[in-house]
Design a protein around this ligand. Structure first.
Ligand SMILES: Nc1ncnc2c1ncn2[C@@H]1O[C@H](COP(=O)(O)OP(=O)(O)OP(=O)(O)O)[C@@H](O)[C@H]1O
Length: 199
């Protein structure tokens, strides 16, 4: 279980962004986190994924030896999450040897592997980022507005696959979005960052 207890983070000259945030995600559970723009959701995601250090609080994430990090973050803008000078094959190999099973499950065509990131659509590139994330064998994924820039059909396709993978592989997902209706549809439960974060 991913257990986040009393997480507090401040930004220099700005004060506390959030204080005492406590929540947990079970293996295979999809938990939504919603809140208005600028409240601190992405910063919270970066703290939980280990990119930023909290002022206070604990994140309990057990790590096995095969993993680079048990909590992986998938970013909103896939084009900013890959090296634009690398072909897709190399982008994927960053996570280890390419696993065809993930390519198939995410409907990634083998012809894409020869291309550069700017030769794929936003939805195609996001599938690559999701595959790269899954190839690291994470226990938990934080999906920060990962389909916000995509059309509704691509959005639904990507979430169908991710939901299925979460359940079959027992991967817990924290899905962040300001789009409450989307989270209500795809998560097991949705939490409000306003309510969780006591400033
Ligand atoms: N390194 C930083 N220095 C100064 N201010 C920052 C820094 N990082 C984030 N902020 C500010 O902290 C606030 C929260 O940002 P964050 O991106 O976490 O919000 P968010 O809830 O994810 O917003 P959105 O839904 O628009 O993506 C914003 O006002 C942002 O400008």
């Amino acid at each position: 279980m991913l257990t986040i207890s009393n997480l507090t983070y401040h930004i220099a000259n700005k004060g506390y962004l959030f204080q005492n945030v406590t929540l947990s995600v079970q293996p295979g559970e999809i938990v939504g986190l919603t809140g208005h723009s600028g409240i601190g959701k992405s910063t919270f995601a970066k703290v939980v994924a280990g990119y930023l250090t909290p002022d206070e609080g604990t994140i309990n994430r057990v790590q096995n030896k095969r993993q680079p990090h048990p909590v992986q973050l998938i970013w909103q803008h896939p084009e900013q999450a890959v090296n634009p000078k690398w072909r897709i094959k190399k982008v994927l190999e960053e996570a280890g040897p390419i696993d065809d099973e993930w390519l198939e499950r995410l409907q990634i065509h083998s012809s894409w592997l020869k291309r550069f990131p700017d030769q794929l659509s936003g939805g195609e590139l996001q599938r690559i980022c999701i595959a790269r994330c899954l190839m690291t064998r994470p226990d938990f994924i934080i999906a920060d507005e990962i389909t916000t820039m995509l059309d509704p059909i691509t959005q639904a396709d990507i979430w169908d696959v991710l939901r299925q993978i979460a359940k079959t592989e027992s991967i817990g997902i924290l899905a962040i979005s300001h789009h409450y209706e989307l989270l209500e549809r795809l998560t097991d439960r949705t939490l409000s960052f306003e309510t969780l974060s006591k400033k």
